[in-house]
Design a protein around this ligand. Structure first.
Ligand SMILES: [Zn+2]
Length: 145
């Protein structure tokens, strides 16, 4: 059994040698694929004779094909550029979402956004009506904490 697993691993390593394999873009495409499958399942459950579900099948096929193509591609330079372009688009959104989640979870502070420069200012909660000076542009923010 151990021998078989070893041989399987060697085979896989030989197969993937010089190929792109998995990257963040492929992972994102996998999420898209799963979402398409789930959406189609919901659609079919609600409207059994809806022809639109066929469109989902085509989209799933295209996504799966693109994932396989990118995984086994030998054009590493091009796949790396695609992945970098994806990350350039995705990472600012991910950062904004994490910052927002952090603000929502923070029960001890209230956050104000400066109207003139957009900076976020954090103040302790429960101090009533307050006036804050923006640390970046020094304009006044008046709010309730
Ligand atoms: Zn400001």
């Amino acid at each position: 059994m151990g021998n078989l697993l070893y041989r399987l691993r060697c085979w896989l390593e030989r197969l993937m040698y010089g190929r792109n394999g998995t990257d963040q873009l492929n992972l994102a495409l996998l999420v898209v694929y799963v979402a398409l499958v789930a959406l189609q399942a919901v659609l079919v459950a609600l409207y059994p004779f809806e022809p639109v579900s066929g469109v989902f099948s085509i989209l799933q096929l295209l996504t799966a094909f693109f994932i396989l193509f990118r995984t086994f591609s030998r054009n590493l330079e091009k796949r790396r550029r695609e992945n970098a372009a994806f990350l350039g688009w995705w990472q600012p959104k991910q950062r904004a979402f994490r910052a927002w989640r952090g603000r929502v979870r923070d029960r001890d502070h209230k956050y104000f956004k400066c109207r003139s420069c957009g900076a976020r200012c954090r103040v302790p909660r429960g101090k009533g009506r307050i006036e804050i000076t923006c640390p970046r542009c020094h304009s006044k923010i008046i709010g309730r904490s």
